[in-house]
Design a protein around this ligand. Structure first.
Ligand code: TRP
Length: 339
């Protein structure tokens, strides 16, 4: 089993990113290690340049993200952790795959529509091409599993189509490229904003107060949970219920921290006197989960030379694999000399 995922080096990572993505990576790394699998994680700086950005900040955020992933439990000795722009094979594969990508399919991508609506200056062609590069990311490593959120469903479908179309056109019924499966996290896949539990926790859309950042201090975490929106049910009712979005979100978070179901989390709070007890339980669980991550991050982030070394080594390992795929793709497509 081979796992691949990509993470944007943008913004501050929040609890939704941690539970929905980063923790899945660590779990994937462990699962890959059990068999003779491989887990590959890519910091996608080339995707980050498809919208307005600051070059100095991009580099900073790339190191932030590297340190955060390692602090969260990715071990460069047991997985491949690298920066996308260090592997030119991926970018070349992106171009080659564009010839088996339907323009009409790219036109239908929700993420393109959403992101292009908020661009003020320029809707770049890169933003339109984003899903092709994402397909190249995964297909370069012939991965079979891609742990990402629900919002990436369309991009995964597209890369499957690209792989299948490529194989049909250039592999004579064989399998040069592998169509990967989408792996969506179960519990805690949708962490909602604490101030507006009808919208997803996010760095861009929602409120600062409603967003728990992975690097928030315990005091800050406590304050944000204390102010979380619940409801005015009288008496208060701690239960999973679509009509109780705030309370259900807190139960989802508690459940994700403790590795239990939201209903079990509610049952554990059967004796609670009110929402204050629920908020206290969630904020303790989250603070406890994130504290070691923050501490390890702070130890590592200052040493950019060490982080750079990890990325360089990761890229060497990644290129070895990607170069083989690219060679076969070029050869099948009749590009370059006979290989
Ligand atoms: N588009 C993904 C996101 O926004 C990031 C990403 C880039 C990715 N390349 C990838 C995810 C390859 C999975 C596989 O989250």
């Amino acid at each position: 089993m081979r796992i691949f995922s990509g993470i944007q080096p943008t913004g501050r990572k929040h609890l939704g990113n941690y539970i929905g993505a980063i923790r899945q990576y660590v779990e994937g790394q462990a699962r890959a290690a059990q068999g003779d699998g491989l887990a590959i994680f890519c910091i996608v700086d080339l995707h980050a340049i498809t919208v307005a950005y600051d070059p100095v900040e991009l580099r900073e955020r790339t190191y932030d993200t590297t340190a955060l992933l390692i602090a969260a439990g990715l071990d460069p000795e047991s997985c491949i952790l690298f920066r996308q722009s260090d592997v030119p094979e991926q970018t070349e594969l992106c171009w080659l795959l564009s010839s088996v990508t339907a323009h009409g399919d790219l036109n239908r991508m929700h993420q393109f529509k959403e992101k292009s609506e908020v661009q003020r200056e320029l809707i770049s062609a890169g933003l339109f091409f984003y899903p092709v590069l994402q397909a190249a990311d995964v297909l370069a490593y012939r991965c079979d599993e891609v742990p990402v959120g629900e919002d990436q469903r369309q991009h995964i479908e597209l890369m499957r189509d690209i792989a299948e179309r490529f194989n049909a056109r250039f592999a004579d019924g064989g399998e040069i490229l592998v169509a990967p499966e989408h792996r969506i996290p179960g519990v805690g896949a949708r962490i909602m904003d604490l101030q507006d539990p009808s919208s997803k926790m996010s760095t861009t859309a929602a409120s600062e107060e409603g967003t728990i950042y992975v690097l928030d201090e315990p005091e800050m975490i406590k304050r944000k949970f204390n102010r979380a929106v619940t409801d005015s049910d009288d008496p208060p009712r701690i239960a999973v219920d679509p009509a109780k979005q705030g309370v259900s979100n807190l139960l989802d978070i508690l459940a994700a921290c403790k590795g239990i179901t939201p209903d079990e989390a509610a049952a554990e709070l059967a004796e609670a006197r009110g929402y204050g007890d629920l908020k206290g339980a969630v904020s303790d669980a989250v603070a406890e989960m994130l504290a070691p991550v923050r501490e390890r991050y702070e130890q590592m982030r200052g040493d950019e030379a060490a982080l750079e070394q990890i990325l360089v080594r990761g890229a060497e390992q990644a290129r070895e694999i990607a170069a083989v795929t690219l060679g076969e793709v070029r050869s099948a497509m009749g590009v370059g000399p006979v290989g």
